[in-house]
Write a protein that binds this ligand. Sequence first.
Ligand code: PLP
Length: 456
Amino acid sequence: DLDRRNDELAAWDRDCLLHPTTHTAQHARGDTPGRIVTGGEGVFVTDRDGNRFLDAFAALYCVNAGYGRTEIADAIAEQAHKLAYFHAFAGHGNEPAIRLAKMVMDRAPDHMARVYFGLSGSDANETNVKLAWHYNILRGKPEKRKIISRWRAYHGSGLVSGSMTGLKVYHDRFNLPLDGFLHTHTPHYLRRPEREMDEAAYLDFLIAELEALIAREGPETIAAFVGEPVLGTGGIIPPPEGYWARVQALLAEHDILLIADEVVTGFGRTGQMFGSDLYGLRPDFMTIAKGLTSAYAPLSGSILSQRVFDVLMTGADDFGPLAHGWTYSAHPIGAAAGIATLDLVDRLGLVENAGETGAYLLERLRERAEGHRNVAEVRGVGLLAAVELMKDPSAGTWFEPMTVGPKVVAEMARLGVMTRAMPEGNIVGFAPPLCITRDEVDQVVDAFGQAIESVL
Ligand code: PLP
């Protein structure tokens, strides 16, 4: 009976559901490595066929508190019974959204002033762009509108957030980026333009390229620079030493706002509450999602600085309402999930665990992988790590993108560990729930070690 029901479900999945970020034809043929997941506990998930996997990527680096947390589930149920929804337009509100706003602002850097709640990281990035435009319009600089991001960035897949994204696969089929969305170099020493360049010269090169882009476009046309404190989907790439200080100085010189996209790095993943805390960023906007609710319900946020908020206030009486809102902005169920999640993050010490167990993960990956003939780099910070594979690292030759990386990931799944091959390369990513233990890290690293031996 279970087999029959599973066959039926798989058929409906192929015939009815168009999947996000999935090879459409392969899925229609029933040919993707996708699994129908039905349960989870801690760092483990179970699929319909009864297979159990250690999820070393916290789904999409979002189930940070781990699976099966009754505290979050109960908070959601309680809120649904009490008040499933009321809107936040025209100054209306609901209790969980207000309480969560207070919790977020208590954790955000001191110079931040307000949080606007949305549904996804993508819409929060769009909110940040619109607020940056609004800010410049109020300052009498309506032409200051362009947005600079980095190649390999991931900021979402809407029209604006997808334009901010710097991965070709999200652009090419849709004729993106939209006008006014510019990209500068990925800050990754492994990808330096000349092999002889040392790290200091490479940093100078990155800053000179950004400066040249700003000069070419005209600083009076540029509103904001957006970056993930640690580049995520584009390869899990921590910034070169000193990068953020130099970028921030350049932006300040040209009156360009900084948007820190903390969708992945927010709420503990790097071992600090925010990536901005770790790298000394003073952003004008912070984008948050994922870890805010551990993905138990959809909720995102745009946190804005006092400096931006002050400008929004100056013209506010003449300007009328902030005409930007989703029906589900500040949704009480998402907010209830957020409160319970942030409570758990504190109670379980998840930020500290990300720092400590993250250091252990990196050390174990280095022990296991460094020195392997195809391992170009083992990198990471907190519970965010990656191993980049190359055909011949010493000669600087690359494998075709997305060839061996996905094979290693498939082999790891066969061994009971789920993880993710990052796009545009052969990069195996690790971003487990922040509650992972050392024993569980050992299981992940053992599976990875066996997988590279059998695939390469
Ligand atoms: N920003 C970053 C850094 C992300 O990693 C993601 C998603 O992975 C997003 C934005 C988009 O978030 P969402 O998928 O919730 O729209």
